[in-house]
Design a protein. Structure first.
Length: 575
């Protein structure tokens, strides 16, 4: 590893020249009350803060920035906070997913256009982790990732609640009158009790774990609860390490490799990660010029079992995971399935980082030979209905539906579904397969979390609590049930899903990874020839740009112009 000297700092191009432009740069920083000795000739570290008042997962970030700044200053760096677009999953519509690529572009351009030598990127709420990492990859300055951490356990009359997962369960009971308004208010007041992300293994916790397994955060960082003092200390240590990484010139391209992504997929399977993880892993890899075919996920899923007993695929929550030893302990348990020589932001290998980690609660983190489930948490299905793939989480689905044939009942879009799903005369049975179209990257737009479609009320009253549902949209990582998602190509671009009709037989075979429309091929081709794309509802603005350039789910839903190894965009000219 070649160490940088003071003269090699990127920020010197702004601050250290004896010319009029550098005079202006220095004088304007001094305008804010700094001495030149504080920032000239020192590593300038950008803290990319994805906080705002409507991102509930990140409400503690203003305090954590102070901890990161302490670490940067202690290591001899100069800390600057650069706010970036905050993707608050709960309140952003139609979906934070639509703006992940915008965040990635903003992070890349913030780091490119300002005088910074390295970065600490802060994220946690679902799409912020991949967004900040995608941008950091494309700019390729020394970068460390600080995960937000999960919130405390929920509570309802002494029962432990998991965000999302238990909401869906109680909402179904509320819909048919088994939960009163008063009870529902109590659940609402007790399910989210502190700053931080969902405390189930939802998308946020999954992506934080993946960020660590890729080597981009300090060991154990992803499992620390948001309000634990260990989180403050981790932020301080991350700030210090960012400065050291500048001197070491340790960049994302030095850390993340094909081996790192195999590790990330293995961890995703072992933790029962969110179905959304596959899209984001693919997108991050493609930013490095690494192609991950869908079959790679199946290969790893078949050999890496689910060993983490967390909701929605198990019993416990993120707080329990932390007390059990966190991600380093889990990675030790599955170490034989990992590529331990992969590099990390510590400057050491993944194997070095997890050496000595132990499992303290074996009922939470199980060994490889007695797992929660014999295969990983996610499966990729392909077939005539999904030529480029679809996703299911078998561990959160009713096993009796893993192999099933049934008649489709089709909703053309989310408005159609909401208008009719609780019609008492809806002609569906427990064997029906609900199909929702036009919820994909283009159709949504932005691929909203519409995929965990509600069970029709008439079936809930009959005691049905799971049935097959198929969509080109996504679902929350906290969701559960027999939901087949991310069907690619999506309906809005003329994929086979677009021509499914009510009554068509669909065959699902999870063990053999198949999803097929049991309609004669000649009839399929006739329907496709007659298909017309839906009316464009977004002819202007960002939504128009997004739809024109977003790729399909199997390619990561990134912009087509953003793929490829970093380094193709030149540094800014400074005159």
């Amino acid at each position: 590893m070649n160490r940088k000297g003071v003269d090699d700092l990127r920020s010197n191009r702004w601050f250290k020249q004896d010319d009029l432009r550098s005079f202006g740069h220095r004088s304007r920083v001094k305008q804010m009350g700094y001495w030149g000795e504080e920032f000239v000739g020192k590593p300038v570290i950008a803290i990319i803060n994805t906080w705002n008042d409507l991102n509930t997962c990140h409400s503690h970030f203003p305090e954590r920035v102070k901890d990161i700044k302490r670490g940067i200053t202690a290591a001899g760096g100069f800390a600057v906070e650069l706010p970036a677009m905050s993707l608050g999953e709960q309140l952003m519509k139609p979906s934070a997913m639509m703006y992940r690529n915008m965040l990635a572009m903003e992070v890349e351009e913030l780091l490119r256009s300002y005088p910074v030598d390295g970065a600490v990127v802060m994220g946690g709420c679902d799409k912020t982790t991949p967004g900040v990492l995608m941008g950091a990859i494309s700019m390729n300055l020394p970068t460390i990732y600080v995960p937000a951490g999960a919130m405390l356990r929920g509570n309802y009359r002494g029962q432990v609640l998991g965000s999302g997962t238990d909401v869906w369960k109680y909402w179904d009971e509320r819909r048919i009158g088994n939960v009163s308004q008063s009870d529902w208010n109590e659940i609402e007041n007790g399910i989210a009790r502190s700053p931080g992300t969902c405390m189930t293994m939802g998308t946020a916790a999954t992506l934080m774990s993946i960020g660590e397994s890729l080597g981009m955060s300090l060991p154990g960082a992803s499992s620390i609860p948001a309000v634990d003092a260990n989180h403050n200390r981790m932020c301080y240590a991350s700030g210090k390490r960012a400065v050291e990484m500048v001197w070491e010139d340790l960049k994302p391209t030095d850390v993340m490799s094909e081996a790192s992504f195999d590790n990330a997929i293995a961890v995703d399977m072992a933790i029962g990660g969110s179905t959304n993880a596959i899209i984001h892993i693919v997108a991050m890899a493609r930013r490095l010029g690494i192609t991950l075919p869908m079959e790679r996920f199946n290969e790893i899923s078949r050999r890496v079992p689910l060993v983490l007993n967390l909701k929605p695929s198990g019993e416990y929550l993120m707080e329990d995971f932390f007390y059990a030893g966190g991600l380093p302990a889990l990675m030790t348990n599955i170490g034989s399935e990992l590529k331990l020589s992969a590099m990390t932001v510590t400057g050491r290998t993944l194997g070095d980082n997890i050496e000595g980690a132990k499992v303290w609660r074996p009922e939470v983190i199980l060994p490889l030979d007695t797992p929660v489930n014999a295969s990983g948490g996610t499966a990729v299905l392909t077939g005539s209905l999904a030529p480029k793939g679809a996703i299911i989480k078998p561990t959160a689905a009713d096993p009796r539906l893993h192999v099933h044939q049934g008649p489709a009942y089709v909703f053309e879009n989310i408005a159609d579904l909401k208008a009719r799903i609780d019609d008492e005369d809806l002609p569906v049975t427990a064997d029906s397969i609900i199909v929702l179209k036009n919820g994909g990257p283009v159709g949504g737009p932005g691929m909203p979390e519409w995929g965990m479609m509600p069970i029709p009320a008439k079936l809930l009253k009959q005691g049905v609590r799971d049935m097959l549902r198929i969509s080109d949209s996504r679902m929350s990582g906290t969701s559960y049930g027999s939901c087949i998602l991310h069907v690619a190509p999506e309906a809005a671009v003329g994929g086979p899903l677009a021509i499914v009709q009510t009554g068509d037989i669909i065959a699902v075979d999870v063990p053999n990874r198949r999803l097929d429309l049991m309609v004669d091929e000649e009839e399929i081709q006739r329907r496709l020839a007659d298909w017309q794309p839906p009316r464009d509802r977004h002819p202007h603005g960002y939504a128009s740009l997004y739809k024109a350039h977003v790729t399909q789910a199997d390619e990561g839903c990134d912009f087509d112009f953003a793929n490829g190894a970093p380094g193709s965009t030149p540094e800014p000219d400074i005159y």
